[in-house]
Design a protein. Structure first.
Length: 274
């Protein structure tokens, strides 16, 4: 069977019980998260393995998640044409020049022109592009408040938090435990800023994946038989400047990027169970 054409096709296959075992409030929310490339079919425990298998019979083709993500990306790009990018740039803390809006993503230039073409000084990953386009199209551009909150305190973050821990905080902690230069790299390669330790952590680094959506990573080293710990914090305005799905995508994407850094430096055990 060919891969599903869109998330609604998958939605029709779901149990529709809204049982929340996948960590989403409803089956529709699960289908929507799948649409944005954040979930996999196999993460619904109620879905018949035979159906999961049927939709995975063609590994040479893109799977449904990738395909839906690509469609969503195209939709966002086409929306760009209906926006006055000069006005948008002012709202979201970007520059506009020569028909192109440019802002900083982790310290590097990232831009889009009025036809939806992307320009970047870094690799253009979907986990950056989707939040980038959502931010400029739908973000309110509120000034950063300086008040840090956890993902679960953001609107609609509570239901997704177990998955956020699994996809973002836990893999980041594994990397930080093993690849101890991680935080130096974040400062030097990704223009992170080491700030005064917050919440009694041992290390606190602030990254700027989008101008008005800072992310703070706090790490507590193991001590007196206690395990290490890592938490990610957002400005309390994050859910107004970016949709919650894109906030999730940024966190999970950063975790993947940290894993790749560890691999590149010869620490495969930092990502072995991801
Ligand atoms: S686990 Fe499956 S059936 Fe339950 S809410 Fe999630 S998608 Fe729906």
């Amino acid at each position: 069977m060919p891969p599903a054409k869109n998330a609604m096709e998958i939605f029709k296959l779901l149990d529709m019980s809204n049982c929340r075992e996948c960590g989403e409030k409803t089956c529709l929310a699960f289908a929507g998260a799948l649409f944005q490339g954040q979930r996999k079919l196999a993460e619904c425990p109620k879905l018949d393995p035979e159906i999961i298998g049927r939709y995975s019979e063609h590994p040479e083709k893109k799977d449904a998640t990738e395909q839906n993500r690509d469609e969503y990306l195209q939709q966002l790009k086409s929306e760009i044409a209906n926006h006055d990018l000069a006005a948008v740039a002012e709202r979201v803390g970007a520059q506009f020049s020569k028909n192109r809006l440019t802002l900083k993503v982790l310290g590097k230039d990232f831009g889009v022109d009025t036809a939806g073409n992307l320009y970047a000084d870094i690799h253009i990953n979907p986990w950056v592009v989707i939040p980038f386009l959502s931010y400029i199209l739908h973000g309110k551009g509120l000034p950063v408040s300086g008040n840090w909150v956890s993902f679960r305190e953001l609107n609609d973050g509570k239901e997704r938090y177990p998955l956020f821990q699994k996809r973002c905080e836990e893999p980041m902690k594994r990397v930080a435990d093993i690849y101890t230069n991680l935080f130096d790299d974040l400062v030097h390669i990704f223009s992170g800023k080491q700030v005064e330790e917050q919440f009694e952590s041992d290390i606190s680094v602030v990254l700027q994946p989008l101008p008005r959506v800072p992310i703070m990573i706090c790490y507590w080293r193991p001590e007196d038989g206690l395990e290490s710990s890592l938490n990610v914090f957002f400005d309390e305005t994050a859910d107004e400047n970016l949709d919650i799905g894109s906030v999730f995508t940024l966190g999970a994407g950063l975790a993947q990027m940290f894993g790749k850094l560890a691999l590149r430096h010869g620490f495969p055990e930092a990502v072995s169970s991801q």
